[in-house]
Design a protein around this ligand. Sequence first.
Ligand code: G3P
Length: 219
Amino acid sequence: MELPVIIVNFKAYESAVGEKAVELAKIHETVSRETGVTFAVCVQAVDLQAVVNAVSIPVFAQHIDPISFGSGTGHVLPEAVKAAGAYGTLLNHAERQIPENVIEESIKRAKELGIATVVCANTPEMGARLAKYNPDFIAVEPPELIGGEISVSTAQPEVVKKAVDLIGDGKVLVGAGVKNGEDVKIAIELGAVGVLLASGVTKAVDPYSVLKDLAKGIV
Ligand code: G3P
């Protein structure tokens, strides 16, 4: 996956599940083709296969559980995520937090299967702590800004800077409240290799225009 990247987390937004997930992912693919900017989407486990079949941009699962074949009812089996063609998975999102030992184990399982990992952290310090498990990316998102109108880039640029200082180059994504190209630009200028966002796109009346604008932060 070429960096920088804009990862859009579909979460459980009505505009972004089932057939709508497929349609929204296709818009991301179109904008990626038109702008040359890397876009990835992060979808519900049940939508993974359909979205992977419909687009060629990277598709992430929102979560995996560190289980293996066999028992494990209701868990997200890493092998099933791999079989669906996912590029990677989020782990420990603020809305789906898991204990540190489970994060470690999940990263291990993902690595065995060649699934990229984006581990979320509420603070730069927590991100630095989780870096020892060597995920591919660490997404730092101040929880109080998630789903809000003000972006981490503009409200808390020091968080982005600190994350890059503590975690190092090439690994840090930032998110929470990211809505436009300016937010993306600031994050990249401060050393992040990408952004993670949701509501700016999933709640947009015209997601195509929002995605085009986000891309302007990179090209
Ligand atoms: O996973 C991305 C996320 O938590 C940020 O959400 O709606 O603030 O872009 P949002």
